[in-house]
Design a protein. Structure first.
Length: 158
């Protein structure tokens, strides 16, 4: 009994120590999250990027019919309340790190907030970060217009 309690307590402490919380989102927020991450992805084909862009632009009837997986190992976005022009995101896809700025970074930052990623910050800076992003888009289900076909899971925070 003591061993089981120790293992359970150790697991709880490790989960709290990382500061990351598993989260998931479905529906329009999931499609939006996949939609703002896909253009920067080095893991998607051109056809998959076009399909995600078409879905995100409101076209549910697309010729691409395969399930699309939009993944990112880590996304860290920063804004500043002091330097009003400072907004950027670093998106990590395997060993590739893509930095985006301006409106594209603002879209990712705002969409992370929509998906429930908590904001953190100090000294005039705000941060949002997530890891292990895995969004699944099923174009056939999305075409049914019943709210299904888009899910994302991720670890929020660091």
């Amino acid at each position: 009994m003591r061993i089981a309690t120790s293992v359970l307590l150790g697991s709880f402490v490790m989960a709290c120590a990382t500061g990351a919380e598993a989260a998931s989102v479905t529906g329009s927020a999931a499609l939006a999250l996949a939609g703002v991450v896909a253009p920067a992805s080095s893991l998607l084909s051109a056809a998959e990027k076009r399909a995600v862009a078409m879905l995100f632009a409101g076209n549910a009837s697309i010729p691409y019919r395969k399930t699309i997986s939009v993944q990112a190992d880590k996304i860290v976005c920063r804004t500043s309340s002091v330097d009003l022009t400072a907004r950027s995101c670093e998106l990590t896809f395997g060993t590739t790190v893509k930095t985006i700025n301006g409106h594209a970074a603002n879209e990712v930052y705002a969409t992370e907030a929509l998906a429930g990623v908590p904001s953190d910050g100090a000294a005039g800076s705000s941060f949002e970060n997530l890891s292990k992003l895995n969004c699944m888009l099923d174009p056939k289900a999305i075409a049914g217009k019943d709210g299904s076909g888009a899910t994302c899971s991720f670890d929020a925070g660091n």
